[in-house]
Design a protein around this ligand. Structure first.
Ligand SMILES: Nc1ncnc2c1ncn2[C@@H]1O[C@H](COP(=O)(O)OP(=O)(O)OP(=O)(O)O)[C@@H](O)[C@H]1O
Length: 239
């Protein structure tokens, strides 16, 4: 059974079609990268998967159930492109709220905060207010609160955004570790070397169409393919 399945997703905003029939399946334990130029439809696809916006037509299945099933929410972790945090609280105070929503036992939850916080090198800052965090620290914190619930499916919209090279490496290593633990990761990015480093498969979306799904050795040539597809679509704005 597929972990995630998109069936012919169409989406229009104000009569403009931005997703033109996206079909896609993710298998358990794979890392799937999602690349495409600005405005291609990556974030819209992810928001539709999460059920935050409705497709104009088409269906999304998570673990074989339609994503309208509210029981699924705890098994799916999501990091939005621009995570919004109420910043007048400390990292720990925010995480207390995450724990309540997650339903994970306190001991287990704080143990995970300790483990993932160290991996993401953000533990040291958890007693500080989020308003004092730098952009990269907030991004690491956002990833921490996504993975700490240990969902089966992890959806990350541009997780490398705002991270320095060390932060990027840390997040890449974490994504690989999640895979090693059997988790399925679906992430979007503009950083092609990152998809080359970690992805099992890569979906290319241009102008709301999934033009290619690239796997194995072909991922090495993803940049040429990407530029070719953008050129074919006649788009001027790249990356
Ligand atoms: N709420 C909305 N109302 C109207 N148009 C929208 C809305 N959300 C997205 N769009 C449009 O849908 C298209 C796809 O946007 P989306 O954010 O999914 O692209 P993206 O691939 O994530 O881009 P980026 O790489 O810049 O983050 C864009 O043309 C965008 O302007």
């Amino acid at each position: 059974m597929e972990i995630l399945k998109l069936e012919n997703i169409h989406k229009s905003f104000n009569k403009r079609e931005v997703l033109k029939g996206i079909s896609l399946s993710l298998h358990r334990g794979e890392i799937f990268g999602f690349i495409g130029p600005n405005g291609a439809g990556k974030s819209t696809t992810m928001k539709i998967i999460m059920g935050f916006i409705k497709p104009s037509s088409g269906k999304v299945f998570i673990f074989g159930k339609e994503n309208t099933d509210s029981n699924l929410k705890r098994e799916v972790g999501f990091l939005p492109e621009h995570p919004y945090f109420y910043t007048n609280v400390t990292g720990k105070e925010f995480l207390k709220f995450v724990r309540l929503v997650s339903g994970v036992e306190p001991k287990e939850f704080w143990n995970r905060v300790d483990i993932y916080g160290k991996k993401l090198e953000i533990s040291w800052a958890l007693d500080k207010k989020l308003s004092e965090y730098s952009k990269g620290m907030l991004q690491r914190f956002g990833i921490l609160q996504t993975v700490v619930c240990e969902p089966e499916l992890i959806i990350l919209d541009e997780p490398m955004s705002g991270l320095d090279p060390i932060g990027r490496r840390i997040v890449m290593d974490l994504i690989l570790e999640l895979k090693a633990n059997g988790k399925t990761v679906f992430f979007s990015t503009h950083i092609l070397p990152d998809v080359q480093r970690v992805c099992d498969r890569v979906g290319v979306i241009v102008g709301g169409r999934l033009t290619d799904i690239v796997e194995g050795k072909d991922i090495e040539n993803i940049e040429e393919l990407f530029l070719e597809r953008v050129k074919e679509a006649g788009l001027k704005e790249v990356l």
